[in-house]
Design a protein around this ligand. Sequence first.
Ligand SMILES: C[S@@+](CC[C@H](N)C(=O)[O-])C[C@H]1O[C@@H](n2cnc3c(N)ncnc32)[C@H](O)[C@@H]1O
Ligand code: SF4
Length: 374
Amino acid sequence: MEIGVYIHIPFCKRKCYYCDFVSYPEKYELQGKYIDKVIQEIEENKKILQDNNVTTIYIGGGTPSSIKPELIKRILNEIYNYTEINNIKEITIEVNPGTATKNNLQLYKNCGINRLSIGLQSTNNDILNEIGRIHNFNQFLDTYKWAREAEFKNINVDLMIGIPNQTIDDVKTSLEKVVSLKPEHISVYSLIVEDETPMKKLIESGKLKLPDEEDERNQYKYTKNFLELNGYKHYEISNFAKPGFESKHNLNCWEQKQYIGLGVAAHSYINGVRYSNTISLEEYLNKDSKDIKEIHETQTIDDMKKEYMLLGLRKIDGVQISKFEEKFGENPIYLFKNELKKLIQEGLLIIDLDNIKLTEKGLDLANIVWEEFV
Ligand SMILES: C[S@@+](CC[C@H](N)C(=O)[O-])C[C@H]1O[C@@H](n2cnc3c(N)ncnc32)[C@H](O)[C@@H]1O
Ligand code: SF4
């Protein structure tokens, strides 16, 4: 069976004010030890890699570009030992412009990485500063130029909307500047104000003010229209791609395919079981790698069917009825007739030939749709 591999690199130079991803600033002295442990974890799981067909690898974080590139190469070489390299279609690494160098990007290319995901968020330096980014727009431009010089032909740029003090004009400018560079993929995330982040405290104390909901939705609609007009297909709530450049790794996750996550806080989904690794770096480094994966959920077939809907409806094309039937031997329209009837009546879903998908209204109120399938 096909399987994706996710590797988590939990280091960042500094924490951005909005972010609650598992990453540890100022712990770079542990990077060598950490990668030794990841290599051990790969060894422990080599049978899963050998018995399946690895088609995608995603090196995420944290900031993978902030550790020595030789360590990234070590991880990939270890995985290559247990896989058929020719079957791996996509290898992505996340890059923060404040940590990228021309040399490192070239080294990534040389070790087989064929997709870069660069975190930008906004082209406005004041906004970048206010949200605690470690780079400015010019540093992003350098990173992008070096990436093309290293012949990366598949580049994603992350942007954010709904940031305090961000106006629709800021969003327009960011989109125009980014689109003029012609990246193959653009992710646009609506800010989630996470608990325990400096951003949440700044908002609660009144020092920062979020755009109101209508402004945020207008930023989203503008983004969608602008990117579609410029040839980017809106294929998932937050993701846009030139045809053929959709993220294969993420699409597999939304299509409930298997993946194995390695490293601290990484999640896995194997044979209907969801596992998660400890989020404590100390525990990850000190525990036996056999004991790192904890079972999070063992799915029944009914859980699987519901989750298939939940994940599939994130995609703009939604859930393909024939694919659901092929996988589960049942028609989702009959199986979920009550839920679908309700959501269709509320104008949140439509059935369009072979697809069940979100309407424009459903895109804005996706949380209400998810509730029906948890
Ligand atoms: C792991 S980071 C990308 C790589 C690198 N660490 C960086 O930030 O440049 C993943 C992306 O998630 C998005 N993100 C992180 N926290 C978020 C939040 N609270 N709300 C919305 N988007 C968020 C940002 O766009 C960020 O680029
Ligand atoms: S957004 Fe990226 S760089 Fe910023 S703290 Fe989160 S993982 Fe680190």
